[in-house]
Design a binder for this molecule. Structure first.
Ligand code: SAH
Ligand code: SF4
Length: 357
């Protein structure tokens, strides 16, 4: 789908939350020649200018006229940067305009740079083992605030001669609980005159919000989809993921099958491996049965420690045995490399604890 998928009114005066088509319409509506839109757009998304005034490629008169329309470049301020001891992970605490703080993580896997982006301040889903869920929900991020995180890490990488190619919407929050802003941000980020990420290199991870998955399929979205399962029966899943009560596995799997049929895409299924909870060969066999006939890949994530949950990560040997059972069932799987655990930047460890005031 093109960047016109969300042609509705822009959510705020933050230019980072606008699609290029919206920017063009805005210029036209204010008597500014739309021919200047590309330079403004490049100033925002390629040069990562933090204010209209600094857009050197835009004529000064146009800059003044644009600023006079009441728009601004949002962005965020780096409150703190923390690097993991192995140097492969950096976590940024970013302060938003209302002083909320979110976390964005930059990881290096086999020379490939991936940014883990937040979509909400906190999360309403309450998964028991997740630090974000343990802290509850504060608010949705705007599209501009989601884009700003990507621009921040893209800028860090650019200064080091690298290009950002992969993002995972796996930071704080449930992306499909903030559908409009998240998909608007995706539209902005895949624009070829801007950041120009490939849609397939944007992975959206959901805890399993069925209406959102169905809407992605209806809209023919080409992002990569990851669905967090953690349990292969309703009872086992419900013990970890409270939202499973609303959308039981039968409905979730139906939506996943429809999604695959309509988009042709393979779905990644995430499974946080917790010792003696969901890491036995019998659990693996149940997962194999659940995913039978699906174009699926399983990502196993050994539990990362969080304050509010006293589970233990599955042992390496158990993860290997789990994988062997899945392989027998014809389902490919990977065990996620552990990254940034010492700086609480691993999956589910993002608590955003640096709020001011
Ligand atoms: N809300 C979305 C995306 C953010 S969480 C979702 O739940 O999918 C990203 C992934 O981290 C999810 O698969 C989630 O289950 C996993 N996760 C959460 N807490 C974790 C923890 N403590 N250890 C390992 N994985 C965790
Ligand atoms: Fe929210 Fe995902 Fe954490 Fe669950 S695992 S509480 S959905 S961020």
């Amino acid at each position: 789908m093109s960047s016109t998928a969300h042609p509705g009114p822009s959510p705020s005066a933050d230019l980072l939350g606008w699609t290029r088509a919206e920017l063009e319409r805005h210029l036209f509506a204010h008597g500014i020649k739309p021919v200047h839109a590309d330079a403004v757009w490049a100033g925002l998304h390629r040069e990562r200018r933090t204010c209209i005034e600094s857009m050197a490629a835009v004529p000064p008169r146009v800059r003044r006229e644009l600023a006079a329309t009441g728009v601004f470049v949002g962005g965020c301020e780096v409150a703190r940067e923390i690097a993991s001891s192995d140097g492969h992970t950096r976590k940024y605490l970013l302060r938003l305009r209302d002083d909320e703080v979110i976390e964005t993580v930059l990881m290096r896997f086999d020379g490939r740079m991936t940014a883990c982006i937040s979509t909400q301040v906190g999360c309403a889903m309450g998964c028991v083992f997740c630090a974000t869920g343990q802290g509850g929900f504060r608010r949705n991020l705007s599209a501009g605030e989601i884009v700003a995180q990507v621009l921040h890490v893209a800028g860090v990488l650019a200064a080091e001669g690298h290009r950002l190619r992969n993002i995972v919407l796996m930071g704080q929050g449930e992306p499909l609980h903030n559908y409009d802003a998240v998909l608007r941000a995706v539209d902005i980020l895949i624009d070829q005159k801007g950041v120009s990420l490939a849609a397939s290199r944007i992975t959206l991870s959901t805890v399993g919000l069925v209406p959102g998955i169905r809407r992605l399929a209806d809209e023919g979205r080409t992002v990569s989809l990851a669905v967090s399962l953690h349990g292969a029966t309703d009872a086992e899943r419900l013990a970890l993921v409270p939202i499973a009560k609303r959308w039981p596995l039968a409905e979730l799997m139906d939506a996943c099958r429809d999604y695959t049929a309509r988009t042709g895409g393979r779905i990644f299924f995430e499974w946080t491996l917790i010792e003696d909870k969901n890491d036995s060969p019998a659990h693996a066999a149940a997962l194999g049965r659940l995913l039978a006939g699906q174009k699926a890949q399983v990502n196993l994530i050994p539990l990362n420690p969080t304050e509010g949950y006293d589970g233990t990560p599955a042992r390496h040997a158990h993860a290997k045995a789990f994988q062997a059972v899945l392989r027998e069932a014809g389902i490919p799987s990977t065990v996620r490399q552990r990254r940034g655990i010492d700086i609480a930047a691993g999956c589910g460890q993002l608590a955003g604890t640096e709020r001011r005031g």
